[in-house]
Design a protein around this ligand. Structure first.
Ligand SMILES: *Cc1c(COP(=O)(O)O)cnc(C)c1O
Length: 239
């Protein structure tokens, strides 16, 4: 069974609960097929450009992790929803002039790709909040103009970021080129996992591989993803 994707955003809300069930089943199936059923995969519901009503529907069905790409949109939704139990992940491109807002409001940032951004998040994280969770974004296909560091830069940046106070380096994230077919889709995820294994070999306490989206999450789970970021398959088309 596949999640049903509404053609119009206003149809999304009614399908969210149903789609959530389907996606949870597909994730559990992928984990079993990959031989990692004791090893949970966290579902991050990517709610960018989706209405608050859709987020509330997902939260009502037990979904707690939400991902936003635009700082102000995310903060406005947090305020409108007002629930303390939800976990908010920033997954968009992060400019230095937005780091304070992100450090103040979000729980995770998946897209750190410069020491300067990490240092600002570290300085600006309010001391009364728990450490901000950080993933480094890797430009895994070496695409021109795409955010993320090269694989060869991962270890050095990770070592610097891991030393900063009030932020906690959790792992790596990637956004590969679109590929057709399971075998081709696994390739960039396998590369990210190798970089992750290398960090662990160097003694860094990383535990997160943020990889896999609506069209390739099964391949990502086979390569060890611990967080899949799913938007369209859960909420339908974006506004
Ligand atoms: C939009 C987005 C997603 C979700 O993509 P879908 O194809 O809608 O599942 C995941 N990760 C990032 C970084 C995104 O920007």
């Amino acid at each position: 069974m596949k999640p049903s994707i509404a053609k119009h955003p206003e149809q999304n809300v009614i399908r969210v609960t149903e789609n959530l069930g389907v996606i949870r089943d597909l994730l559990a199936q992928a984990a079993r097929d990959a031989g990692r059923d004791a090893d949970p995969v966290r579902l991050l519901a990517v709610s960018k450009k989706q209405p608050v009503s859709a987020i509330l529907a997902a939260a009502g069905a037990g979904q707690l992790d939400f991902g936003e790409n635009f700082v102000q949109e995310g903060i406005d939704k947090m305020a409108a929803i007002g629930r303390r139990d939800l976990v908010w992940h920033f997954i968009g491109h992060l400019q230095t002039n937005k780091t304070r807002a992100v450090a103040s409001h979000f729980d995770w940032v998946h897209t750190v790709d410069r020491l300067k951004v990490a240092a600002r998040l570290s300085e600006q994280r309010p001391p009364e909040r728990t450490d901000l969770n950080i993933c480094l974004q890797v430009n895994i296909d070496n695409e021109a103009g795409k955010s993320g560091i090269a694989g060869s830069e991962v270890l050095a940046l990770a070592q610097r970021v891991a030393e900063l106070p009030r932020i906690r380096l959790r792992g790596l994230m990637c956004l590969p080129m679109i590929r057709q077919g399971f075998t081709a889709q696994r390739e960039p995820f396998a590369k990210l996992r190798e970089l992750f294994d290398d960090l662990q070999r160097h003694g860094l306490p990383v535990d997160t591989l943020s990889m896999g989206m609506s069209d390739d999450f099964r391949a990502a789970v086979f390569e060890g993803s611990t967080i899949v970021r799913i938007g369209t398959a859960l909420f339908g088309v974006r506004q």
